[in-house]
Write a protein that binds this ligand. Structure first.
Ligand SMILES: [Zn+2]
Length: 469
């Protein structure tokens, strides 16, 4: 960009900011004061970063996570493993000498996979790697044996509705993005049932595959027949699509021993650093403790949960005490749709005027790129300044649209929200599969993620005023 162009762009930008500020009644003088206040955290930010990335806390969140997932394993809602995980964390947070360590009771779904298998029996016998989708009903003991119809979209299914009757629908939808493609997992079974299918198999929602099925929760529509549903691998979905395109008849036997139990008792796990001046005002840092029943749940969401714990440990190590309370929440029942967090919101929404910022890391802890934020423009301007404190590690970008199922309840009610943005280019290689293990994690990335997470939580919790909203 030429300097003259840059100057006029800059002036336009300044003008826009002035218009924006005046329309929201924050005087430029006030904004200057807040800017100066944030800039005053430069040394504290540097000491947090140094301690997390180069100092004695280096690799701690990674090592804690490895010990945890190697000891407990994966943690699906309703399982003994999840109960053990909550007990483990309750003790670990107490041993870490954090304040107000507690558990808050909630009810969560309890679905159990049981034994399951699938075999293509025509045109030749081939074992299909599957994972039943969460919430699916099981099959009869002998399984379901039926001819397959392969479709690439709901539109194609509806066009060929007559053909689908009595068959197993195989969805071979291409991966566009998680947000767009996941609808085939979440409502594929009900859409198939509406046209008379007896079961449905979806191509895993994954951006890469080495014959790995990727599970996830699915929702039956009220009043629609509940049919068994599972995910298959990208490779097998494409194989069946090719066979079908040649006019070859495909028959599959699907067996699923899935059971839906009554809702189970569970807990959100909480610990705090109590604020020195406004203890009733709160910044939440969080991740979810439950996972799928495959792999180790090290990525989804062990990493997010453990950098959130790390934030409190780092602040405590450095002898810092913010004006407001920083509260760690390890959510339960996230994978079934933020079930633990939704009940937490109902129990605590009476204190919504004291909720300063809700933060969740639930998109991996790969190389961090910055922070995502949802809130008013004035709050965004402050967050953007806070991100400049990350200059020593050169990760200063603030993006829009904070993302996190568990914090969505607060954000929808107008509370500012933040989520960690990292390099998710490989996230959906491992997501909800046996591949989600400690091998995915990298201690250097986790150090950087923890440093950013901690600086943001601390500075927001320590500013003279809450974020505007
Ligand atoms: Zn997650």
């Amino acid at each position: 960009m030429k300097p003259s162009v840059r100057t006029s762009v800059l002036m336009l930008y300044v003008l826009l900011i002035c218009v924006e500020i005046s329309s929201q009644n924050i005087s430029p003088r006030k904004l200057e004061q807040i800017k100066a206040e944030v800039a005053g955290y430069k040394d504290i930010a540097k000491s947090i970063i140094n301690h997390a990335v180069y100092g004695s806390a280096q690799n701690r969140s990674y090592e804690r996570l490895a010990l945890f997932v190697d000891t407990i394993g994966n943690r699906i809602s309703g399982s003994d493993n999840l109960q053990n995980a909550i007990k483990y964390m309750y003790k670990a947070l107490q041993d870490d000498k954090l304040q107000n360590v507690s558990v808050e009771a909630v009810k969560i779904p309890h679905w159990e996979r049981g034994k399951e298998s699938a075999m293509m029996v025509q045109p030749r016998r081939k074992n299909l790697a599957i994972l039943g989708l969460g919430g699916s009903v099981g099959t009869p003991a002998e399984g379901i044996t039926a001819e397959v119809i392969v479709v690439s979209s709901f539109d194609e299914l509806h066009r060929r509705a007559e053909e689908a009757k009595g068959k197993i629908v195989v969805y071979n939808q291409p991966f566009v993005s998680y947000g767009e493609t996941v609808q085939y997992r979440s409502r594929g079974a009900s859409e198939a049932a509406k046209v008379g299918a007896v079961a449905s198999l979806i191509r895993s929602i994954a951006s890469f595959s080495i014959n790995s099925p990727h599970t996830g929760w699915q929702y039956y529509e009220n009043g629609v027949q509940k049919i068994p549903t599972a995910c298959i691998t990208v490779e097998d979905a494409e194989l069946m699509a090719r066979l079908a395109s040649r006019g070859v008849k495909i028959v599959v036997n699907l067996y699923m021993g899935a059971v839906q139990h009554p809702d189970a008792d569970s807990f959100n796990t909480v610990a705090e650093i109590v604020g020195s001046k406004y203890p009733e005002q709160v910044v939440i840092v969080s991740g979810h403790l439950d996972s799928w029943d495959v792999g180790q749940g090290a990525m989804d969401d062990g990493g997010g949960a453990f950098i959130s714990w790390e934030a409190l440990s780092l602040i405590k190590d450095l002898g810092l005490r913010p004006k407001r309370t920083i509260r760690l929440v390890l959510w339960t029942g996230e994978e079934q749709g933020g079930v633990g967090a939704s009940q937490y919101y109902d129990m605590h929404k009476k204190d919504i005027s004291n909720m300063d910022l809700v933060m969740e890391a639930d998109s991996g802890t790969f190389m961090p790129l910055g922070m995502q934020f949802s809130g008013r423009p004035q709050a965004r301007a402050i967050m953007s300044d806070i991100m400049q404190l990350m200059e020593p590690i050169n990760i200063t970008k603030l993006y829009d649209n904070a993302d996190g199922t568990d914090i969505s309840f607060w954000m929808e009610a107008g509370v500012p929200g933040a989520s960690l943005l990292d390099d998710i280019s490989k996230y959906f290689w491992f997501h909800h599969s046996e591949g989600d293990t400690m091998t995915v994690q990298n201690p250097i990335w986790m150090n950087l993620c923890a440093a950013i997470w901690t600086v943001v939580a601390y500075v927001v919790a320590d500013l003279e005023e809450m974020l505007p909203r």
